[in-house]
Design a protein around this ligand. Structure first.
Ligand SMILES: Nc1ncnc2c1ncn2[C@@H]1O[C@H](COP(=O)(O)OP(=O)(O)OP(=O)(O)O)[C@@H](O)[C@H]1O
Ligand SMILES: [Mg+2]
Length: 348
């Protein structure tokens, strides 16, 4: 049997730890007869499992006959892509023809003489969505890795109109915390401020232990140790599983390879996106094993007022976690020691 764990990002892994509660909340919100939420912004640090999470929700809704799921590429012209994908859907394109929506602009030759060629893409989409609504279907649009780009802003402002028109179009969008913040603060995007958000929680502990026991054929004690080491970080769950499979007799070797892999393929990038002060906070947290904030502040020589904004942002981005009030710790496994290495290399 080959290694059941994967080191590849974004790929639905063989061994999935379900995020049942968070997924269920979105699915049941979207499936309500009169939904009060039409969109959800999913955030979390790199490698925490955003792509896998929305892929799974998309998969669940795709299985229901009343849903049409469209995955859009954040780099493209999103409105055009949405219209083109809907137009190329066999059943829908028939309905669109009946509704006399001219689809020639999307490469669909409908042989309609009387409908004028569509010029305003928003109008076309509104007509398409009305036709979909008439047949009691719903559309889910997923956009992975959203940023504050022109394409996303154009899509979001049209989307706002679709919702205002009462059209059955739902939006599930992922992004890193700071990217989603920038988007929400952009002009005309105030409706996103009220949008429900899902901050992906760490993977659940007991299912992780169970997966490790089953796949690696190891004792509960060892599986518990491995699961604890991952801190519920999805990428670490895969990496630790992968190297423990490759080195079944040598736990130390497996863990050190897992740490090096995380460092190279996730932490370097995360570190490069932190400001100098953010980095100083991370290094100070690493030096205070208890995580007591007063100790961390005294290393930094900062007042509470200076410290709090950094703590808040690092908590939101998923670099820190707060086990209890007055304490913080690093949310990612081995991140502190890897950060110390990065800093040494920087200063060398
Ligand atoms: N629920 C899960 N259970 C087990 N492994 C998971 C789960 N979700 C994600 N993974 C694994 O974690 C890794 C990262 O997942 P994913 O690519 O979805 O993260 P991401 O948040 O989209 O990262 P990025 O911000 O870089 O796009 C992948 O190897 C994936 O297989
Ligand atoms: Mg992703």
């Amino acid at each position: 049997m080959s290694n059941p764990y994967t080191l590849v990002f974004g790929q639905p892994p063989l061994e999935v730890v379900e995020r049942t509660a968070q997924a269920e909340r979105i699915v049941s919100d979207f499936c309500q007869e009169r939904p009060s939420n039409y969109l959800n912004l999913v955030t979390g640090i790199r490698g925490c499992g955003k792509t896998v999470f929305i892929t799974q929700i998309a998969h669940r809704l795709r299985e229901k006959p009343e849903w049409i799921v469209v995955d859009l590429n954040a780099q493209r012209d999103l409105l055009y892509s949405l219209a083109a994908k809907l137009a190329s859907h066999q059943t829908l394109s028939q309905w669109f023809q009946e509704a006399e929506i001219n689809l020639q602009a999307f490469g669909v030759n409908v042989g309609l003489k009387k409908a004028p060629a569509a010029t305003d893409i928003e109008d076309v989409l509104i007509r398409m969505l009305r036709s979909i609504q008439k047949h009691h279907l719903r559309v889910l649009v997923t956009i992975d890795e959203a940023t504050n780009s022109r394409e996303i802003r154009a899509f979001a402002s049209a989307y706002q109109i679709f919702i205002r028109e009462g059209l059955p179009v739902f939006l599930l969008m992922t992004g890193l915390y700071h990217q989603i913040e920038r988007l929400r603060n952009a002009e005309g995007m105030t409706f996103l401020e009220r949008a429900p958000r899902t901050v992906l929680a760490p993977l659940s502990f007991i299912p992780m232990v169970r997966k490790y026991m089953e796949t690696l054929k190891i004792s509960e004690e060892k599986a518990t140790r491995l699961a604890k080491a991952t801190k519920g970080y999805a990428f670490a769950f895969q990496t630790v599983g992968y190297f423990c499979w490759e080195y079944p007799e040598n736990e130390n070797e497996a863990m050190s390879r897992a740490r090096d892999y995380l460092s190279e393929f996730a932490y370097q990038k995360i570190w490069s996106e932190l400001s100098k002060n953010d980095r100083d906070v991370v290094l100070a947290v690493q030096r205070v094993p208890s995580g007591e904030i007063s100790g961390i502040r005294s290393i930094l020589g900062w007042t509470s007022n200076q410290f709090n904004p950094y703590r808040d942002r690092l908590l939101k981005t998923g670099v820190l976690m707060s086990p209890q009030s007055g304490y913080v710790s690093l949310a990612l496994p081995w991140f502190g020691e890897v950060a110390v290495n990065f800093e040494e290399i920087n200063n060398a």
